[in-house]
Design a protein around this ligand. Sequence first.
Ligand SMILES: NC(=O)C1=CN([C@@H]2O[C@H](COP(=O)(O)OP(=O)(O)OC[C@H]3O[C@@H](n4cnc5c(N)ncnc54)[C@H](OP(=O)(O)O)[C@@H]3O)[C@@H](O)[C@H]2O)C=CC1
Ligand SMILES: O=C1O[C@H](COP(=O)(O)O)[C@@H](O)[C@H](O)[C@H]1O
Length: 493
Amino acid sequence: MGSGSWHMEKRHSFKNEPVKDVEHVLENGSLSIVVLGASGDLAKKKTFPALFNLFQQGFLQPNEVHIFGYARTKISDDELRNRIRGYLVRDKGASPKDLEDVTKFLQLIKYVSGSYDTEEGFRLLDKEISETEVLRNGVDGLSRRLFYLALPPSVYPSVCRMIRHCCMNKTDLGGWTRIVVEKPFGKDLESAEQLSTQIGELFEESQIYRIDHYLGKELVQNLIVFREDFGTEGRGGYFDEYGIIRDIIQNHLLQVLCLVAMEKPISLKPEHIRDEKVKVLQSVLPIEDDEVVLGQYDGYRDDPTVPDHSNTPTFSTVVLRIHNERWEGVPFILKAGKALNSRKAEIRVQFKDVPGDIFKCKKQGRNEFVIRLQPSEAMYMKLTVKQPGLEMSTVQSELDLSYGQRYQGVTIPEAYERLILDTIRGDQQHFVRRDELKAAWEIFTPLLHRIDNGDLKPLPYKPGSRGPAEADALLEKAGYVQTHGYIWIPPTL
Ligand SMILES: NC(=O)C1=CN([C@@H]2O[C@H](COP(=O)(O)OP(=O)(O)OC[C@H]3O[C@@H](n4cnc5c(N)ncnc54)[C@H](OP(=O)(O)O)[C@@H]3O)[C@@H](O)[C@H]2O)C=CC1
Ligand SMILES: O=C1O[C@H](COP(=O)(O)O)[C@@H](O)[C@H](O)[C@H]1O
């Protein structure tokens, strides 16, 4: 950086670049990526598009990679390809080059049909993988096998057993077998521990990648507001069994909180970072009922897959207290909801008022540091400054780092893209370790059981609102001061 000016270097390529302090071994040889549950929603909307983006950027080399879809539905290779084709190219619209890449990518995909609890299908899958390995490797390549479980957790144990018995990498070729498991990892502490034990008997912790896609987002830290402008349309059956705390707060928001509140790790090594996150989780005090507001939007129960008397919260605000030297007395407010007034995810750090304010409370609001995760990724500092002019009056303004403006032409990778690449590279930094998962469930299980037993009831709120008014009252009680009349507008180009 020169004096008086600055410049930005664009990273033209970071393919195979080792990340500092993380031991990556450059590997060559056959890489088989198996998407189990390939017929499903997540596979078509997230997993295959992420693989396509990695392929387009050269991280998945056609001479090394083969992709397998596996599920019970009886379809051909081409039928699977046709199901996912329309999801591969991002919103921007497809260029002729994109379409050419889509065709090349789809040619790498094969489909195998089979059940999740019998050996027949998995033996067939192993045969298909082994044949491509022989074809790709010649004599000295590696056998790398990545199994992505885009499946309901109820089948994880049997699927893991089948992989272990039928589909492990060929050790005579070297390489590895890794499995990626989706949330929800259980429904409470006991069921999560049971699942962890079942999978842990089959695979080493270093082979298990518990994915939380919030950890793959570009801007991830403490999160005080999380709002969505859509309800549970089409997912009511799943959602009603889990509710907003299990769906978003216990995992995504808590992970983000850990990254904000943790102390500096000894190094960037995944285990050092995860050690610090566990310390934060273990320092969280039991949740008090009067620091929780639950809501359910009007109309939620109209979904035919939702029971008429459902007590499931679609909204929650929860105050967490971290009992350690740094954070004693600071409320961490986690808020998430369906069918709210806007769809956004952000971390908002509000600064206390300065004691002995010489402006005699004429300031418009408190200073805040905001990290906007989505949409319009940005970091901005909301500040009270002097209104330019002869008068000594104040106004709110911001120092704004908006990514769209600052990093023009740079495509921000999708969370799943980054995380799948991490799995291939063997980097577990952004995945949830077993003890982290346990500590996270320890925090929320007592509250969840009280909700499940009907001891706490959700309050109604209107779709398109901020949630129940009681939630704003809780924020205020916790010490958060809402700013009125100031709105940050993401800059347009
Ligand atoms: N969809 C999303 O946006 C997100 C999903 N997830 C998680 O990812 C995983 C997959 O989600 P999603 O794709 O939405 O799920 P789906 O309900 O679409 O299920 C995926 C596939 O699993 C098979 N399947 C469904 N139900 C059962 C069952 N009861 N027993 C055995 N097999 C079944 C079906 O394939 P077939 O019948 O062909 O075998 C289905 O195509 C889940 O754990 C979910 O919580 C996480 C974040 C977001
Ligand atoms: O895991 C889930 O996350 C999505 C929100 O993810 P985002 O990347 O779109 O912010 C949420 O809508 C869904 O209910 C939940 O299962």
